[in-house]
Design a protein around this ligand. Structure first.
Ligand code: SF4
Length: 394
């Protein structure tokens, strides 16, 4: 009789549910979990091949190995021996050079509890701040932009918003290849609802563009100019949500002044597209009820990554398309639990208190980190209390 285990694919940030079957001969079989709200039974080629990776033990370290210098061959040792040696080496280095002489790097594949423990080890026991995670390489632009725009490092949407929206704006990403399970949901949503429109901005003609109603084939690096041009058109045509802006945001007049500095004709020249295309995209935004803005490394991996993120999130803010079904900024992530690392403060720019996880969950004011802000834990409180901010200097 085969045993069944429900788990989550460990590869990417989509978080697909999988069911692993262990056959009586020990062989593993993997299938998508039909009851899982993310993938509803689907898996991409990486997820479908998880069991081959797990069963292939040729490159897997199954027990501790150790050597006393690089010329010696590695030998199998007990866990106690390996851990005691590792602790001795750390202790000797810290005693000689101080706690800042050691550093840790944690994977985006770690569970939040694992991040918590290593963060506690580094900050609580060793006494330094030298812990970093994959968040810095992957999502730091989006994180900084979320904090600047919304006051919190949090993605204010859920996957069900895909079926609820009538407009998706994909900025500089190719989810048809890189987030295929999400894109299959978008394809299905569009097939079921022809009113769902898709705008893609990308210098390349990707497979994602094939589903687009409007493809803005902009020059690389001109995203902010495009987003500002769209903002300008929406403001000039009055297609913004002034009650929302007044009640929930600050800095709108500064943004409006900024986007008015460049004409749509100039923006079109800089972006390398026609101004009619920009007007058409703005018209789609104006006519829709929802707006999901999707992006990933095309905006994040840039020296202007934060500004690009902020200028895109501003489209959600000026139209009030955030915090409602089918609306909001939807950053697509590459690693499964980068957020877990940030939630426990496991990178140097996070709160340095080892109990900051508790601070976040309870909403207590953090006295020692110097951040001086009240952390908020829910989207509802974020929209009710948080002063939304605009990036003023773009
Ligand atoms: S989309 Fe990501 S989480 Fe889903 S099966 Fe593929 S690699 Fe795994």
């Amino acid at each position: 009789m085969a045993e069944h285990f429900k788990t989550t694919c460990c590869y990417c940030g989509v978080g697909c549910g999988v069911i692993v079957q262990k056959q009586s001969n020990g062989a593993l079989v993997v299938q998508g979990d039909k009851e899982h709200p993310v993938n509803r039974g689907m898996l991409c080629s990486k997820g479908m091949n998880l069991h081959y990776t797990v069963m292939d033990k040729t490159d897997r370290l199954l027990y501790p190995e150790m050597r006393y210098h690089k010329q010696m061959p590695k030998k199998r040792v007990s866990w106690d021996t390996a851990l005691e040696r590792a602790a001795r080496v750390f202790k000797a280095i810290i005693e000689k050079y101080g706690p800042k002489s050691v550093a840790f790097y944690a994977s985006g594949q770690c569970l939040t509890e694992e991040y918590y423990v290593v963060n506690k080890l580094v900050k609580g026991f060793i006494g330094c701040n030298n812990i970093d995670t994959n968040s810095r390489l992957c999502m730091s632009s989006a994180v900084a932009a979320y904090k600047m725009s919304l006051g919190e490092d949090s993605v204010p949407i859920c996957y069900d918003d895909i079926e609820k929206t009538d407009l998706i704006f994909v900025a500089g990403a190719n989810p048809a290849w890189c987030h295929p399970i999400i894109w299959r949901r978008v394809e299905a949503a569009k097939a079921n609802n022809p009113a769902l429109k898709i705008i893609v901005s990308d210098p390349r003609k990707t497979q994602t563009c094939q589903l687009a109603d409007v493809h803005l084939q902009i020059h690389p690096g001109t995203d902010i100019t495009l987003h500002h041009a769209l903002s300008r058109i929406l403001i000039e045509k009055g297609e913004i949500d002034l009650p929302f802006i007044t009640q929930h945001t600050e800095g709108f007049s500064a943004l409006a002044a900024k986007v008015m500095q460049r004409s749509i004709t100039e923006a079109a020249q800089i972006c390398g597209i026609s101004k009619e295309d920009i007007y058409e995209a703005a018209d789609l935004i104006a006519r829709s009820k929802g707006l999901l803005t999707m992006w990933t490394m095309g905006l994040n991996q840039s020296v202007r990554g934060v500004d690009k993120n902020v200028s895109l999130i501003n489209l959600n803010l000026i139209t009030g398309r955030i915090g409602k079904p089918g609306c909001g900024p939807f950053s697509l992530t590459g690693q499964p639990n980068a957020m877990g690392g940030r939630e426990v403060g496991a990178w140097p720019i996070s709160c340095q208190r080892i109990d900051c996880f508790q601070v976040r969950k309870t909403g207590w004011r953090c006295k020692s980190s110097g951040m001086g802000k009240k952390f908020r834990s829910t989207q509802a409180s974020l929209l009710r209390k948080c002063s939304m901010r605009w990036r003023r200097e773009i």
